[in-house]
Structure formats: structure tokens, C-alpha cells
Design a protein around this ligand. Structure first.
Ligand SMILES: [Ca+2]
Ligand SMILES: [Ca+2]
Ligand SMILES: [Zn+2]
Length: 324
């Protein structure tokens, strides 16, 4: 695939479309990971179909993307469905708590990073970038980026790095297959697949783990890692945002200008996603300015500074309910 000039990046946080995808995809089956399995060596061209958008599977339906409205990779979560998800979550949390589960004050999450290189080695982020990405996650979840940010109690430790040479996987094709073959760890392990696709990132939600554990984790545009080439999105906060979904957060603009909004009371309701870093944006008449600095909006990486106390509580409760 030709290198995509980054001047073509959309000016706002919508999914970056590939201008074109060459038809003659190199079918990569070469497995060069240093560990821990030889899975992936058997990829064939049988199911490699060229496409202009990531192949979105039914299993991905509950996922959420850091992207815009134009190229949704997930179904709309209607108000009714959101209510059902919340009801099940509260029931599950209550059951876990009555069974003795306590809210953890500190949780360390093992992180497995899967570097999906293409046949020419594109996408081969360095170990230094991966270490920096973990640092970014730790700073963001510790509340280190603003005086108003909350320390969520979550921290991240690198548990392993695998490197694969497979052009289809690099392009996020056969994602259900490659995730199932390469995923490591249990429900508490964050798997990050680094790929080159039309999105900045896609995540699965914790309430879907039980029915679909093989795809649990986040897929992240490799050029969004610290030092990457994704202009305005290369400070590593895409992983922060996707991990927020993985821990059970919605976008701050979920539900639009409604009091239910994102199920978090201290994030002011927002009519739509934010582009860039527009100070003073106020898209809903409901109280408060839009939370443009919140990691669960779509602002530039440099604009992101915080999770709120309410989001921290929700993530901790989600952990208790689904990942502890
Ligand atoms: Ca809210
Ligand atoms: Ca408002
Ligand atoms: Zn998102």
C-alpha cells in the first residue's frame, strides 16, 4: 500500500479515509513474531477482499470508534439499548458487591501490544514508542495532565510485545480472526492491536467480554503512537480514549443534549463531537461548557487533559462488574 500522505488527514476527528486501497494486496502470511505462538502463519488469500472501509463484523457491533459520524464502525446505541446496558450493569455490579467484591482503589492492567506490520515492514513502531505509549496511558489515567483531572486509580504495565508480518492484518482485515489468534491474557488484560486503517481507533466494551472474549481489546492506528505521523493525533491519546471505552465509558456526546447523556453526571452534555480545541464551546443549553478537554470527546491529542471523578467511578464500577 502506498504511504498515505498525512496532509490528507481530515481536519477533524472523523475516520481518516484511505483515498484508495490498491487491489493487489500483498497477502502476508509470514510470521515473524518473537513470541509466543505460530498462529497467523496460515493466513491465505481466500478471504482477502479489497475494501475501502475496514471489514466490520457483526461481532464488532458493540464497539466504539474514535472517529466521526461519517464512517461509523458501530451501530447506534439507542436510548433504549443504553438503558438496557445500564440496567444489566447495575444488576451485575450489585451482585458482585453482595458477593463481596469491593471497589479497588488501585488496579494495574497488563498490556499486550501486537504490532501488525505489513509485508514491507510498515507499521513497525519502535519499542521506545511502545514504552512512551504506556507512559502516556499512565499519566492520563493518573490525572497528571490537569489540576482538575482525576486520578482514576488505573495504571498500565507492559506485559508483552508481539510483532507480526501480515499485510491483511496490518490493514485490519480479518480482524475477528487475527484478534482471536493473537489475543493474550484474561478479561483484565488490555490487548492493543496496532494497525493501519481508516480509523484512529476502535474499542470493545467490557459488557461484551463474556459473549465475545476473543476480540476484546482496542485497535489503534499505529501512527497515533507518540512520535507517529498522525498530525494532531500523535501524542498517544487515541489509546487513552479507546481504553476509556474498554473500561466502560461512552463518548461525552453520547445521547446528545440529554440529562442521561453519557451516564456520567459531571461531564456536561454535548450535542456532538468536538473538533480541534474550541475553547468555550457550548453546544447544549444544559449546564456547563462542553467537556472539550475530556479524553472521551474527539478533540486533538494536545487538547485532551482529563477524566472526571464521575468517569473514574464508572470505570471502577465497570471493572468490578466485568473485569475484576
Ligand atoms: Ca454527562
Ligand atoms: Ca452547556
Ligand atoms: Zn470513541
Amino acid at each position: 500500500m502506498p504511504h498515505r500522505p498525512h496532509s490528507q488527514h481530515r481536519q477533524h476527528r472523523q475516520h481518516r479515509r484511505l483515498a484508495a486501497l490498491s487491489l493487489a494486496l500483498v497477502v502476508g502470511g509470514l510470521f515473524t513474531a518473537t513470541s509466543p505462538t505460530t498462529a497467523g502463519a496460515t493466513q491465505t488469500s481466500a478471504d482477502a477482499a479489497p475494501c475501502l472501509t475496514p471489514d466490520v463484523h457483526v461481532e464488532d457491533a458493540p464497539a466504539a470508534a474514535r472517529g466521526g459520524q461519517q464512517l461509523r464502525d458501530h451501530r447506534e446505541i439507542t436510548a433504549a439499548e443504553q438503558a438496557r446496558i445500564e440496567q444489566r450493569f447495575q444488576r451485575r455490579l450489585a451482585a458482585r458487591e453482595s458477593a463481596g467484591a469491593r471497589r479497588a482503589t488501585a488496579v494495574t492492567i497488563p498490556v499486550y501490544v501486537h504490532v501488525m506490520r505489513d509485508a514491507n515492514g510498515n507499521g513497525d513502531v519502535t519499542d521506545t514508542q511502545i514504552a512512551q505509549q504506556i507512559q502516556v496511558l499512565n499519566g492520563s489515567y493518573a490525572g497528571a495532565k490537569s489540576s482538575t483531572a482525576t486520578n482514576t486509580g488505573f495504571s498500565f504495565t507492559l506485559a508483552g510485545v508481539d510483532r507480526y508480518n501480515n499485510t491483511n492484518w496490518h490493514q485490519d482485515k480479518q480482524s475477528t480472526t487475527y484478534r482471536a489468534k493473537t489475543r493474550l491474557g484474561g478479561k483484565n488484560a488490555l490487548n492493543i492491536w496496532l494497525v493501519d486503517f481508516s480509523y484512529l481507533g476502535i474499542a470493545t466494551f467490557p459488557w461484551d467480554y463474556a459473549k465475545n472474549p476473543g476480540i476484546d481489546g482496542i485497535r489503534v492506528q499505529y501512527s497515533s503512537l507518540p512520535g507517529g505521523s498522525a498530525t494532531n493525533y500523535n501524542l498517544g491519546e487515541t489509546a487513552t480514549h479507546e481504553t476509556g471505552h474498554w473500561l466502560g465509558l461512552y463518548h461525552t456526546f453520547q445521547g446528545g443534549c440529554t440529562s442521561t447523556n453519557d451516564e456520567v453526571s459531571d461531564t456536561p452534555a454535548q450535542a456532538s463531537s468536538t473538533t480541534g480545541c474550541p475553547a468555550g464551546r457550548d453546544s447544549c443549553s444544559l449546564p456547563g461548557l462542553d467537556p472539550i478537554h475530556n479524553f472521551m470527546d474527539y478533540s486533538y491529542d494536545s487538547c485532551y487533559t482529563e477524566f472526571t471523578a464521575g468517569q473514574s467511578t464508572r470505570m471502577n464500577q465497570m471493572w468490578t462488574a466485568y473485569r475484576a
